[in-house]
Each structure stands twice: as C-alpha cells, then as structure tokens.
Design a protein around this ligand. Structure first.
Ligand code: HEM
Length: 199
C-alpha cells in the first residue's frame, strides 16, 4: 500500500541533514490525517510491551550510525564498545524516557494543541541540553528500523509521518528557545539609559 500522506512525506528517510537544523522557516510542515492517527493508536497497542527493548536498540543504533551524538551525553562520550552501551543503565533510562514520551504523544494524538505543546516543550528542553535538531530525525529512523519486521508498510508510513511531525515540531521549540535566549542576552547587553533631569 502506498503512503497515505505522500504529499507531506519526505522524499527520502531520514530527511534533511543540515548542519544546525536550518532556520525556523526550513521546518517541514507535516499534518497527521485521521487515518494515520488511527493506524498509530492501533499499532502502538501492539508494541507497548516491547518498549524498553526498542528504546535501547534505537539509541545503540543511533550511536553506531552517528557516533557524534554521543558527545551530547557526557557519560557516553568515551564509550565505543556497543556491549557497554547496550547494558548501560543510563542509556536504558534515556530510551525509556523517549518511549514514555511517545506514549504521551499517542495519548494526545487527537488533541492537536496539547500534542503540539508537549512536543514544543521537549524541543525547548533540547536547546538547553545542547542537542541539535539535525539528529532528531535519526531517532525516528532507528525506531522504524527496530520495528520493521513487525509492521505493514501502512504502519511504517504512519510512524514515519509521526516521527517527522515530532522532529519538525521539536525543531520549532528548539528555535523558539534559541530566540528567547538570544533576546534575553541582548537585553542584558543593552547599556542602561540614565535619564538626567533638565533644570
Ligand atoms: C525524536 C527525537 C527525540 C525525542 C523524542 C527525545 C526525547 C527526550 C525526552 C522525553 C527526554 C527527557 C526530557 C525530560 O527530562 O523531561 C530527553 C532528554 C534528553 N535528550 Fe532527547 N529526544 C530525542 C532526540 C535526542 C537526540 C538526537 C539527542 C542527542 C543527540 C538527545 C539528547 C538528550 C539529552 C542530552 C537529554 C537529557 C539527559 C537525559 O534525559 O538523559 N535527544 N529526550
């Protein structure tokens, strides 16, 4: 079956790999059709029990394919051995955090505003973590890869679209926080104006 969202879906997966996540204008506009929302809800139920396994596989693969991502996590910076990564408690915890975020997103999938708020907040936090947008799409790509054998092409397309939605909305949040921080430091740098009384 073809991609039900081909008009919005990227030509290749993962899409754009620009250096700093591009400007805010570059953020891809993605919409979730009613059909995609249904497929996501249905298929999430099927994998719910497997989330810890998928969470860790996803991150070990991310570090193997994009070792530079490790630099964002101080504790993994020097670790090259895949087995050490696979058994790391911290990595498992991070994988689980992502999976529980996906769970929350699926629970809000029919409430556009709440869903966007959740994802924008996460993007803002990632600015603070110093985790740049150019990597977000790879997390989705690894998630899809880990689930490939189980899913039909319709399910796979729906999850690609959801991850594209998540990463582009996170990128907007990241950019918003970047702008806020820049505005704040501009205000702090501005010389204070002293008003002297004219007599
Ligand atoms: C779709 C992509 C991603 C999702 C959904 C995601 C999700 C999350 C979540 C839910 C948290 C916990 C936030 C909290 O404390 O409230 C987190 C933390 C964090 N993420 Fe991500 N993340 C993604 C991609 C990445 C990437 C690519 C990197 C690094 C290159 C990264 C680095 C971090 C770091 C450093 C933290 C804070 C430390 C930690 O919680 O272990 N994230 N992420």
């Amino acid at each position: 079956m073809g991609c039900p969202l081909s008009a919005e879906a990227p030509r290749s997966w993962p899409p754009g790999d620009d250096e700093n996540g591009g400007s805010e204008d570059d953020v891809v506009q993605v919409s979730l059709s009613a059909q995609i929302r249904e497929v996501i809800k249905q298929s999430w139920r099927e994998i719910q029990d497997d989330v810890s396994r998928v969470g860790i596989i996803m991150f070990v693969r991310l570090f193997e394919t994009h070792p530079e991502c490790k630099d964002v996590f101080f504790m993994f910076k020097e670790v090259d051995d895949p087995e050490t990564l696979r058994t790391s408690r911290e990595l498992r915890a991070h994988g689980l955090r992502i999976m529980s975020f996906i769970e929350k997103s699926v629970a809000r999938i029919d409430q556009d505003e709440r869903l966007d708020q959740l994802i924008l907040d996460l993007g803002r936090k990632h600015y603070v973590y110093d985790a740049p947008p150019k990597y977000y799409e790879f997390v989705g790509a690894e998630f899809i890869q880990a689930m490939k054998e189980r899913w039909t092409s319709e399910q796979e397309d729906a999850w690609k679209t959801l991850f594209l939605y998540i990463s582009s909305t996170m990128k907007r949040g990241f950019k918003q926080e970047q702008r806020n921080q820049r505005n704040q430091s501009d205000v702090l740098r501005r010389p204070s104006v002293s008003v002297s009384k004219q007599v």
